[in-house]
Design a protein around this ligand. Structure first.
Ligand code: 0O2
Length: 229
């Protein structure tokens, strides 16, 4: 039987040692994110993050991705070409906090951003919305400094719920149910309207407190600089 799917008993693409290095990079980013979350909470008494998710890409997904990109199934090809062997997701309660987190990540000295995809302002054809960053994380290892790429996805709770459902029902499916696809796309826009409404509400609440506040960006910058110190 001809199949493109990978046999689950395939030899591991990554050595145990490489996986340990990827876990080290994952932990470094995660501990930075945890620190940001608790610092924000301490300063503003608000949860900027609802939850984090993270994973090291499993062997089957690694092989599928290498095959999809017409690359050899080798550790070298995976390490050189795949940016999402380590993937972390930041799910925020609302769009305002998504924007604040992105601003904070852009200022981070823990890693260097090398690629940015704004699927929030420019959603995918499916209706998928999230903000994606590829970052380079320096990790101090016994043999010296190694720079490891990590993918970070940032989204709201509503985007996350939509994405999980769409991932399950449509994403990577060989046969597309056009009606479901169209309806999901429409609902992604409706959910985004709700995210925008909630953000305006939050900003207006602040406006009443702050008086002269003129734009969301200004609010975010005030907030990040710690106006209420
Ligand atoms: P999985 O199963 O989630 O791990 P690249 O990674 O750059 O080679 P691409 O497609 O250019 O490939 O990257 P992109 O667009 O930044 O997407 C990377 C990840 O975003 C995907 O990982 C998904 O997690 C998510 N994603 C992208 N498009 C969609 C979509 O239409 N629907 C849903 N639900 N998620 C999406 P993987 O490895 O493709 O899949």
């Amino acid at each position: 039987m001809a199949t493109n799917k990978v046999n689950k008993v395939n030899a591991p693409v990554l050595s145990d040692y490489s996986i340990t290095n990827y876990i080290a990079a994952q932990n470094k980013v995660l501990s930075y994110l945890e620190m940001l979350k608790s610092d924000f909470k301490a300063k503003y008494d608000n949860d900027i993050v609802s939850f984090f998710q993270y994973r090291i890409k499993d062997n089957e997904s690694l092989i599928n991705k290498l095959q999809k990109d017409n690359l050899p199934i080798t550790e070298e090809a995976a390490m050189k070409n795949l940016n999402d062997i380590v993937g972390l997701r930041i799910v925020c309660p609302n769009l305002l906090y998504v924007q604040i987190i992105i601003e904070l990540l852009k200022k981070s000295t823990t890693f260097k951003i090398i690629n940015e995809k704004d699927y929030i302002s420019h959603p995918k054809d499916s209706g998928y919305r999230s903000y994606h960053l590829i970052v380079e994380v320096p990790v101090d290892l016994v043999d010296g400094l190694k720079v490891i790429r990590v993918e970070i996805q940032i989204r709201t709770l509503l985007m996350h719920a939509w994405s999980n459902f769409e991932h399950d029902k449509c994403y990577k499916k060989d046969i597309v149910d056009q009606e479901l696809h169209d309806s999901l796309k429409q609902r992604s826009d409706l959910l985004f309207d709700m995210d925008l409404d909630m953000m305006s509400q939050l900003v207006n609440e602040r406006k009443n407190i702050d008086g002269e506040m003129t734009s969301v960006n200004e609010y975010i910058h005030k907030l990040i600089r710690g106006k209420s110190q």
